[in-house]
Design a protein around this ligand. Structure first.
Ligand code: ADE
Ligand code: ZN
Length: 321
């Protein structure tokens, strides 16, 4: 397998069911699950919101710096085994500060693991703080200030959580500020929302990379725009199937996105919740669509090109593939 970058990965979405229960015991958090089977029986979702309810409930078990470091390190080890050489990971900081875990605890734990990822796992990494669009923009601005105050090095900011009915425009000032601070910008759009959400993320936020973006395919002029400018789209096939963002894997637009010349790459989103890591996502799309080694090489190269690595690093990784 050629080397891949993973660009759409929520660290909290790597919290495996076993770890939920282990951390609940260690941190004395009461959860409403009888046992592992009971918890696992809930991993079937009617919608994005249905999943998010479980995702936010389970992350209550993350309390200490060590919890965040262990979570991050476990992901990096698994990602390395999947062929990942570059990981630009998301942390939903507000979901932790809102329940009383201070930003320095969260970010120190995450960056402790990230700082060792190259040496320990051969994975270069960067941290993107993702803000929650179902909360007011003022909340996100406060969390951004808290993140900066920790002094932790950030690669960028993102926007995620519930999509339909939660416009991105109120976050435009935050994006402008982050850009002025030298940070890179991404945003979830076009997952459950229609193509107009992708346009809004580009036009109002100036997002450099779109997370998901599958529903852009319903708007030919937007597809042309994305193709001409080679705006990256981080697609997550198992997530899209499990959240019913597509009717079935066979109807996933990934082949059409490749045919349209889009800079599309494959990612795992929340692998502990959707049935697999990057290699698992690649395996299902390869089997479903009969992708060749050339297609996989294109997806790998796209992921490196879509990363926020310096151009010289991209060239080195592309030639290694
Ligand atoms: N947060 C974690 N996973 C997400 C997803 N698939 N969409 C929006 N927000 C998320
Ligand atoms: Zn996501």
């Amino acid at each position: 397998m050629p080397p891949f970058a993973e660009l759409h990965l929520h660290l909290e979405g790597t919290l495996e069911a076993e770890m939920v229960l282990e951390l609940a015991e260690r941190n004395h958090v009461r959860l409403p699950y009888a046992d592992l089977d009971d918890l696992r029986a809930r991993y079937s979702y009617a919608s994005l919101q249905d999943f998010l309810d479980l995702y936010y409930a389970n992350m209550q078990v993350l309390r200490t710096e060590a919890d965040f470091a262990e979570l991050t390190d476990a992901y990096l080890a698994r990602a390395a085994a999947a062929g990942v050489v570059r990981a630009e990971v998301f942390c939903d900081l507000q979901a932790h500060t809102a329940r009383g875990v201070p930003a320095p605890v969260v970010l120190a734990g995450v960056t402790d693991a990230l700082s060792r990822s190259e040496a320990d796992h051969g994975v270069s990494s960067g941290l993107i703080v993702t803000f929650l669009r179902h909360l007011p923009a003022a909340d996100a601005e406060r969390a951004y200030a808290e993140a900066l105050a920790t002094g932790v090095e950030l690669l960028g900011i993102g926007l995620c959580s519930s999509e339909v009915g939660f416009p991105a425009a109120p976050f435009a000032d935050l994006y402008a500020r982050a850009r002025a601070d030298g940070l890179r910008t991404v945003a979830h759009a076009g997952e459950e929302g229609d193509a107009s959400y992708v346009r809004e993320a580009l036009d109002q936020l100036g997002a450099e990379r779109i997370d998901h973006g599958i529903n852009a395919m319903r708007d030919p002029s937007l597809v042309q725009h994305l193709a001409e400018r080679q705006i990256p789209l981080t697609v997550c096939p198992l997530s899209n199937v499990r959240l019913k963002a597509v009717p079935s894997l066979a109807e996933h637009p990934l082949p059409a996105m490749l045919d349209a010349g889009l800079l599309v790459c494959v990612n795992s989103d929340d692998p502990a919740y959707f049935g697999g890591y990057l290699d698992d996502n690649l395996a299902v799309v390869r089997d479903a669509f009969g992708l060749t080694e050339d297609h996989l090489a294109t997806l790998a190269a796209n992921s490196i090109k879509a990363s926020f690595l310096p151009e010289s690093e991209k060239a080195r990784m592309l030639s290694a593939g």
